[in-house]
Design a protein around this ligand. Sequence first.
Ligand SMILES: [Zn+2]
Length: 211
Amino acid sequence: MIKVSPNDVAQARHRETIAAGDYWLYRVASGQTLRITDLQGNQAADTLFFNADDTAERYSVSETLRGQKNVFLTAGSVLLSNDDRPMLTLTADTCGRHDTLGGACATESNTVRYDLEKRHMHACRDSWMLAVAEHPEFGLTRRDITHNINFFMNVPVTAEGGLTFADGISAPGKYVEMVAHMNVLVLISNCPQLNNPCNGYQPTPIEVAIW
Ligand SMILES: [Zn+2]
């Protein structure tokens, strides 16, 4: 569902550009609104959410999809935790649809999906593990890396119930916005994938803004 936000990005209390292939680990307080903007279009922002006060509680794909009875995320979607509690609600969305089934790219899946030679290419799971290793102050470990949301990524479900990676439906300047219902840690890998059309084979920067 397309829903435009009333928020003015010039009034945001924090703005930051995440380079293609980089990660972003940040604490968003309860009540704050986070916007992720696809600056150049066709990018995928592979995102994990944790309760900042108890990181054993985290975003759950299964709770969220069961709760909303829809496999895609858009404005109105409530992101539920593994304790079945609302973590964030998507309040605006100019892209229209986001994937949470496809998972994140990893060196292992790159070899299975594409070629054994792809094993050493940069992948989202590596970015998350680097973030966790470089920021012990958040109390996360590699065991906390689980299922995620792929904001802006187009993963259509086929009539037979399969998943496909397709050219993106996002475009330059499209954004998704969400309000936090608890203090959350946001861990984004701005996907470096070069082997499928989700980002047009060319990773590009995204921007985050917080009100
Ligand atoms: Zn990726």
